[in-house]
Design a protein around this ligand. Structure first.
Ligand code: NAP
Length: 265
């Protein structure tokens, strides 16, 4: 009997990550769901295993803490789980000018969006390479292509994700393992905006359904691309950057994002 295919999704307790988990469960893959909210993860696990007849395990972990990724790796190792697909989706943003970001928020965002993501790849990739199969999907953002005033730190963390992924994609070529990033524009998910204090009414560009990210991952799995843009609009936004001075690109990005200042509490 073939061993089950294991997919680990971080940020699976809500939003885009939970949609990605559902998509892989519908294909019969066993899942490990990672986030902090254990109750939410357990609810999603129960729904997915009842709906799709797959094994779903819950690993409640704070990826903002040093050692978080190591504990996730140990969770899998102790249960004999070889992770065949790693989807790094956990992440968050804080809206408002850079100087309004509290030092703790700055540190937390760097840990979750960058350090933990890189550590997860560092921990799980060697096993995939040894087995000659596997995929790493890193969820970056359209914001990774330029600094976005009002989302400066967030855009910088997502740039880290995209740049690191591009490099690793090349490094693992020929190993049987694929590593790629998905760069969505704004996605319809109030939870994300509420958490970041971003007033979505001020966003001046189309907001897509979470399904576009799921479809972009499917496209990425079928191609050799290092970076996958979910929509035509996303691709156009990146293309038009070549036609404008950099300062105009950055200014327009800030204008379209409308994240300049936090909502009043
Ligand atoms: N929504 C958008 O417009 C958009 C656009 C482009 C890219 N993205 C990216 O897509 C990803 C998912 O975003 P989303 O819209 O689905 O946001 P969301 O609904 O707020 O979900 C974020 C997920 O990350 C998890 N997470 C946050 N901090 C964590 C921590 N310290 N430890 C472990 N897990 C943590 C959350 O779980 P817990 O709170 O339970 O820990 C949750 O499952 C993020 O990387 C985001 O940057 C979003």
């Amino acid at each position: 009997m073939k061993p089950p295919f294991h997919t680990l999704v971080t940020g699976a307790s809500m939003g885009i990550g939970s949609r990605i988990a559902e998509d892989f469960a519908s294909k019969g893959e066993s899942l490990v769901l990672v986030a902090r909210s254990r109750d939410r993860l357990e609810g999603i696990a129960a729904t997915l295993s009842a709906r799709h007849g797959v094994e779903v395990m819950v690993c409640s972990e704070d990826l903002g803490e040093a050692g978080g990724p190591g504990r996730v790796f140990e969770f899998c190792r102790a249960r004999g789980i070889s992770v065949d697909r790693l989807v790094n989706c956990a992440g968050f943003s804080v809206a408002g000018s850079f100087l309004r970001i509290a030092p703790e928020e700055l540190h937390q965002m760097a840990m979750v969006n960058m350090v933990s993501l890189a550590e997860m790849v560092r921990l799980f990739l060697p096993g995939m390479i040894a087995r000659g199969r596997g995929t790493v999907v890193n969820i970056a953002s359209l914001a990774s292509f330029q600094g976005v005033p009002g989302m400066g730190l967030y855009s910088a963390t997502k740039s880290f994700v995209r740049i690191l992924t591009e490099a690793i994609n090349e490094e693992v070529r020929g190993s049987g393992v694929r590593v790629f990033a998905v760069c969505p524009g704004f996605i319809d998910n109030d939870q994300f905006y509420n958490r970041s204090g971003h007033d979505r009414k001020r966003i001046m560009v189309p907001i897509s359904a979470p399904g576009v990210v799921v479809r972009a991952i499917r496209r990425g799995l079928d191609s050799g691309a290092a970076v996958v843009m979910p929509t035509l609009f996303d691709r156009l936004m990146v293309f038009t950057q070549r036609l404008m001075p950099r300062r105009v690109v950055v200014m327009l990005a800030g204008f379209f994002a409308g994240a300049g200042e936090k909502k009043s509490p």
